[in-house]
Write a protein that binds this ligand. Structure first.
Ligand code: PEP
Ligand code: MN
Length: 336
């Protein structure tokens, strides 16, 4: 249950209403959104209490849902749409293409890739500056200078940028450079990090944990939404299964399932989802056919030489072909 108060309530009215709820033993978590307060009710809510709340002068309406994720549910909102600084609308009929290298490696690498990512028809440039590598001796990313290279390359070609944040301590710095925060699969359940990003005004792309159920993913998104950040995207990036021939198993069931359950845009990452460059284009087509709102792709000027994730990096020629095909599929499923 979500209680939506009337807009611009005076503090004294707010306090009175909170006392009223406390007297009725209605436990709530509150979210400050624009000019209204949304109170998410924790626990059960009897019919009697419901009527009292509904008719209270501080209340505009209440929204009922039986889902454990309230703000992420379809009952709360039908669709989430937001604009990136370069004008790209996310959650719209138009598919968003985000592409770039796994890691920002140097200035000329990201600049050349940005040029071709733009030319391929993408709207967002990806590139990791803080990398969550499996081994501590692997390349960990360029850090701050990588963020700067990414930002400059994005600005040169009017691409918005997305980069991963691993640690709460880096949020302030990354926020200065990026347009979208990426939360990687390994951090999907890093709740302090999710809560902190809830306070940011910048969009967050939340990747599904490689072990996570849909419910766990949606509840992770709820942590961000609860902080007051409305602009969350979910990303299917493959899960661990017994299949050893691909790096992960891209679970495209997730797309229609999540689209049915939530108003949040759903993005698919077929690069990590397959781990194999030769599968990325076909699975991109499948993702769009399944209803994805966008794709997150790893592409490199010299894929075999990519410092990280070289097996799954596609060439920029392949990227261009992929975008063209994906757009044709998009049309066939009433998207753009
Ligand atoms: C990445 O996008 O490069 C990445 C590390 O992704 P994931 O968290 O899905 O492994
Ligand atoms: Mn990668």
């Amino acid at each position: 249950m979500i209680i939506i108060t009337k807009p611009k309530l005076e503090l004294s009215v707010q306090n009175k209403f909170r006392t009223f709820l406390a007297d009725k033993k209605i436990d709530v978590v509150s979210v400050e959104r624009k000019e209204q307060i949304h109170l998410v009710v924790v626990g059960r809510f009897g019919e009697l209490a419901k009527r009292d709340v509904e008719t209270h002068p501080a209340v505009e309406k209440i929204i009922e849902t039986d889902r454990p994720y309230k703000l992420a549910s379809k009952a709360f909102r039908q669709v989430t749409k937001f604009k990136l600084p370069n004008g790209t609308l996310i959650g719209n009929k138009k598919i968003v293409f985000m592409a770039g290298p796994c890691s920002v490696e140097n200035r000329s690498q990201i600049e050349e890739i940005a040029k071709q990512v733009k030319d391929a028809g993408c709207q967002v440039l990806r590139g990791g500056a803080y990398k969550p590598r499996t081994g501590p001796y692997d390349f960990q990313g360029l850090g701050k200078i990588g963020l700067k290279f990414l930002r400059d390359a994005g600005d040169t070609y009017n691409l918005s940028v997305i980069t991963e944040v691993l640690d709460i301590r880096d949020i302030e710095l990354i926020e200065k450079y990026t347009d979208i925060f990426q939360i990687g699969t390994r951090n999907m359940q890093n709740y302090p990090l999710l809560r902190e990003l809830g306070k940011s005004k910048k969009p967050v792309l939340l990747k599904r944990g490689m072990w996570a159920t849909y419910k766990e993913l949606l509840l992770a998104a709820e942590y961000i939404l609860l902080g007051g950040n409305d602009n969350v995207m979910l990303c299917e990036r493959g899960i661990r299964t017994h299949v050893a021939e691909t790096r992960f198993t891209l679970d495209l069931n997730a797309v229609p399932y999540l689209k049915h359950e939530t108003h949040l845009p759903v993005i698919v990452d077929p690069s990590h989802g397959t781990g194999r460059a030769n599968l990325v284009r076909v699975m991109s087509r499948a993702a769009i056919a399944a209803g994805a709102d966008g794709l997150l792709l790893e592409a490199h000027i010299d894929p075999r030489r990519s410092i990280s994730d070289s097996d799954q990096a596609i060439s920029l020629q392949e990227l261009k072909k992929l975008v063209g095909e994906a757009k044709r599929i998009a049309k066939a499923v009433d998207r753009m």
